[in-house]
Design a protein around this ligand. Structure first.
Ligand SMILES: Nc1nc2c(ncn2[C@@H]2O[C@H](COP(=O)(O)OP(=O)(O)OP(=O)(O)O)[C@@H](O)[C@H]2O)c(=O)[nH]1
Length: 216
């Protein structure tokens, strides 16, 4: 059983590889801002973080499935899409992208507890058969070390790591020293909940361990 990862995220790829799966990586071409803006316009107001990550995970996976048959007509397996966002004090955040935004985020996160939401969309794709989807949101509460100093924040931001990750922190790299507690599946924070992916694969009739070691 093959697996296609519809993501450019190095962390999502790392998670699957560490979990015994070597996926075919096919980035989606979804305009996340456009998808989000359309959903907000339709709702007439902001979406919750769990709604947003599911909307975007499903959009990315569907986009890749749409183009897969042309490039991989014999693909028979699972396509996995994901999206992650961070909620703190009622506000929803994605990647900071700038050092200023990352530093401002850390000033708010210091000593606080936020929630990292990851959306998952898994589709069972077979040649000549309409795809079948299973999807879910996982969330993990993350508590930040109370004693992170301004100097540590400046040094961390200067590495560039926090600029391109949903919560402006990682739990599995440089940011890990500043995280004192994670409640929930830790892989949810990294980018995809492996336990959620296993459940979704099961709903599609696929045994997770059958995905181990398959060539992509
Ligand atoms: N290594 C690591 N990456 C994290 C962590 N928290 C969030 N991220 C990454 O932050 C990024 C969140 O942005 P997304 O928009 O969900 O995904 P992306 O990286 O843009 O990739 P696409 O799926 O192609 O959209 C993902 O790559 C996550 O893996 C963490 O604790 N560790």
């Amino acid at each position: 059983m093959r697996v296609c990862l519809a993501s450019t995220s190095p962390a999502r790829l790392m998670l699957l590889r560490q979990a015994g799966i070597e996926p075919l990586v096919v980035p989606s071409e979804v305009d996340e801002d456009a998808v989000t803006e359309a959903a907000v316009a339709e709702r007439g107001g902001p979406l919750r973080p769990d709604e947003l990550v599911l909307l975007l995970a499903r959009a990315k996976a569907a986009d890749v499935v749409g183009g897969l048959a042309a490039r991989h007509p014999d693909f028979d397996g699972l396509v996995i899409g994901g999206d992650s966002m961070f909620a703190l004090d009622g506000r929803v955040y994605g990647k900071p992208y700038t050092a200023t935004a990352a530093a401002e985020r850390w000033a708010r996160m210091r000593g606080a507890t936020g929630v990292l939401y990851s959306g998952h969309s898994v589709l069972r794709v077979r040649p000549g058969v309409p795809p079948v989807e299973a999807h879910a949101v996982a969330e993990a509460s993350v508590t930040f070390a109370a004693d992170v100093t301004d100097a540590e924040i400046d040094a961390y931001v200067a590495t560039g790591e926090p600029l391109l990750v949903a919560g402006a922190f990682t739990v599995d790299s440089l940011g890990g020293a500043f995280i004192t507690r994670v409640e929930g599946d830790p892989s949810t924070v990294v980018g995809m909940s492996l336990s959620t992916l296993r459940e979704l694969a099961g709903r599609l009739g696929v045994t997770w361990t059958d995905l181990w070691g398959e060539p992509h």
